[in-house]
Design a protein around this ligand. Structure first.
Ligand code: UDP
Length: 481
C-alpha cells in the first residue's frame, strides 16, 4: 500500500559541517510537512550521529542510516585534498545507496543530495524519483560553483594565472585571493571533480540553498535571470535558510560547566573563538591569538586544538577522538593569568548553546557557513578568520557586503596575524555599536524568512514539499488507475 505522505531520501557527505544542515532539512520535512525521511550518512563519526537521534522530532517518521565504510586508500593519493577524499568516498558509497533505495517499498518520492553527492542524482532517475541538490552553503558560493565550469579558457586563465577577479554575471566578482582552492590547479583531481559537481548541480528538479532572499537578494536575483547567471542552469533555486540546529534545552546539556560559567558573566561580554569542526592554526599563530585575547581584556571561550603547521584543516576527520588537546602550546601561565576572564575548551564545544547564550557578544570564526548562520540567528557580530573551502568568500561577504564582521588586514592563511591586531579586532567587535545593531537586524531578517506566516524561506521549502506531494499523488493515481 502506497503511503499518502512523501518519503524523502537525504544524502549527507562526510563531516559534521555537512551532516548538521542535512539533519535540519530532514527535521523540517518531518515537522512542517509530515514527510517520512531517511538520511543516508557517509563516513561520519557514528557516535556523534547517533547522539543526535534523541533530539529528533517524531522519531517514527525519521530514519538515519550510516552507509557501510568504504576503503579509498587505493583510489586517492595520501596527500590528496580533503574535498577529493570526500568525493571519492561518496562515489564508492553509491552502490550501497542504490541497493538500500531499491529495497525500499514503496519507493521513495525524492532524493536530496548535498554538494558532494551529486553523482547520486542518477540513482533518483533509475527509481523515477524527483531529485534535488541541497547546498548547505550560500548563494554566492553556489553561483561561483555552477558558473566556473562554463567559462572559456581565456577567462579561466585570467582568473587563475593573471589573478583577475572571477566576473560572475549579475553578482559581485570573486577576488582571486578569495577563490576556491579547487579552481586553482587544473592538473589536480579536485579541479576535475569540482568542475563536474558544478555542472551536475543544475541538472536536478531544483537547488535548495541555505540562505534567504533578504540576505543575498542580488545573487539570488541573477541566478534566476536567464540573461545573467540563469543561462548556466535553468532549474529553480529555493533559498530555504537559515537551516541551523536549534539550541538544545535538555537538562543534561544545561549542566555543562561552560554554560554554567557563561551564566555568571555579564550580558554580551564574552567572545567565543572557534574554527569549526576541523580548523587548526600554526603553533606561532596560536601564541599570537592567545596574547591577543589576553591583551584585549575581554572575556573569552576558546575551543583549542593542538597546532598543526601547514595544515589548516588537519583535524577534519578526527573530531571526536578524545580530548587529547592539552594546551601546553599556549604561552606560559596563560590559563592561570586568564582564569577569571576566559575558558579554554579542548577540541569541541557546545557551539549552538554557547552562541545562543545571552552572555556571548562576539564570535571569532573561521566563517564556515554553519557557524556563520549560528552567529547570525543569535545576533552575534563576528571576527572573520577564514581558513579553507569557501570561507574566504564568506568572510568578504560578511565584512564588505553585509557589514556584520571585521577581519584582519591580511588573510590568516597567508601570514601570521599579530597579537596587537587581534587585540584591536576583539575590542572593536565587543564594543562597536553599529556592527552589533546590524547583527541584530540580521537576526530579525533570518527570523522573518523562517516564519510560518509568509516567510520567504518557509514558503520556498513548502513549494518543494508541494512538488513532492504532487509527484506522489500522480504515482498513486497511476497505480489506482
Ligand atoms: N561545532 C560545534 N562545536 C565545535 C565546533 C563546531 O558544535 O567545537 C559545530 C558548529 O556549531 C557547526 C559545525 O560544527 O554547526 C561546523 O560547521 P561549519 O560549516 O561552521 O564549519 P566546518 O566544520 O564544516 O568547516
Amino acid at each position: 500500500m502506497q503511503s499518502t505522505k512523501p518519503h524523502a531520501i537525504l544524502l549527507a557527505s562526510p563531516g559534521m559541517g555537512h551532516f548538521f544542515p542535512v539533519l535540519e532539512l530532514g527535521k523540517r520535512f518531518v515537522t512542517q510537512h509530515d514527510f517520512q525521511v531517511t538520511i543516508f550518512v557517509v563516513a561520519t563519526d557514528t557516535s556523534t550521529v547517533q547522539s543526535q537521534l534523541c533530539d529528533l522530532p517524531n522519531p517514527n517518521r525519521f530514519n538515519i542510516v550510516s552507509l557501510p565504510p568504504v576503503d579509498i586508500s587505493g583510489l586517492v593519493d595520501q596527500d590528496a585534498s580533503i574535498v577529493t577524499k570526500i568525493i571519492v568516498m561518496m562515489r564508492e558509497s553509491l552502490p550501497a545507496l542504490r541497493s538500500a533505495i531499491s529495497a525500499m517499498k514503496p519507493r521513495p518520492t525524492a532524493l536530496f543530495a548535498d554538494l558532494f553527492g551529486t553523482e547520486a542524482l542518477v540513482i533518483a532517475d533509475e527509481f523515477e524519483m524527483l531529485k534535488y541538490v541541497f547546498i548547505a552553503s550560500n548563494a554566492r558560493f553556489l553561483a561561483a560553483t555552477i558558473y566556473f565550469p562554463t567559462i572559456d579558457k581565456k577567462l579561466e586563465e585570467e582568473h587563475i594565472n593573471e589573478k583577475q577577479p572571477l566576473m560572475i554575471p549579475g553578482c559581485r566578482p570573486v577576488r582571486f585571493q578569495d577563490t576556491l582552492e579547487a579552481f586553482l590547479d587544473p592538473k589536480d583531481q579536485v579541479y576535475v571533480e569540482y568542475l563536474r559537481v558544478g555542472l551536475e548541480i543544475p541538472t536536478g528538479d531544483g537547488i535548495l540553498v541555505n540562505t534567504w532572499e533578504d540576505l543575498e537578494p542580488t545573487t539570488l536575483c541573477s541566478m534566476r535571470d536567464t540573461r545573467m547567471l540563469g543561462r548556466v542552469g535553468k532549474v529553480p533555486v529555493y533559498p530555504i535558510g537559515p537551516m541551523v540546529r536549534p539550541v538544545k534545552t535538555s537538562a543534561m546539556e544545561k549542566e555543562s560547566s561552560v554554560l554554567e560559567w557563561l551564566d555568571m558573566q555579564p550580558t554580551e561580554s564574552v567572545i567565543y573563538v572557534s574554527f569549526g569542526s576541523g580548523g587548526t592554526l600554526s603553533a606561532k599563530q596560536m601564541i599570537e591569538l592567545a596574547w591577543g585575547l589576553e591583551l584585549s581584556q575581554q572575556r573569552f571561550i576558546w575551543v583549542v586544538r593542538p597546532p598543526m603547521d601547514d595544515d589548516v584543516s588537519g583535524s577534519y576527520f578526527n573530531v571526536s577522538n578524545g580530548s587529547d588537546g592539552t594546551p601546553d602550546y599556549l604561552p606560559d601561565g596563560f590559563l592561570t593569568r586568564n582564569a577569571k576572564m576566559g575558558l579554554v575548551v579542548p577540541m569541541w564545544a557546545q557551539q549552538r548553546e554557547i552562541l545562543g547564550h545571552t552572555s556571548v557578544g562576539g564570535f571569532l570564526t573561521h566563517c564556515g557557513w554553519n557557524s556563520t548562520l549560528e552567529s547570525i540567528v543569535n545576533g552575534v557580530p563576528m571576527i572573520a578568520w577564514p581558513l579553507y573551502a569557501e570561507q574566504k568568500m564568506n568572510a568578504t561577504m560578511l565584512t564588505e557586503e553585509i557589514g556584520v564582521a571585521v577581519r584582519p588586514k591580511e588573510l590568516p592563511t597567508e601570514s601570521i596575524i599579530g597579537r596587537e591586531e587581534i587585540e584591536m579586532m576583539v575590542r572593536k567587535i565587543m564594543v562597536d555599536k553599529a556592527i552589533r545593531t546590524r547583527a541584530k537586524q540580521l537576526k530579525h531578517s533570518a527570523q522573518k524568512a523562517s516564519s510560518k506566516s509568509g516567510g520567504s524561506s518557509y514558503n520556498s521549502l513548502s513549494q518543494v514539499a508541494k512538488e513532492c506531494e504532487t509527484s506522489l499523488q500522480g504515482l498513486i493515481a497511476n497505480i489506482q488507475g
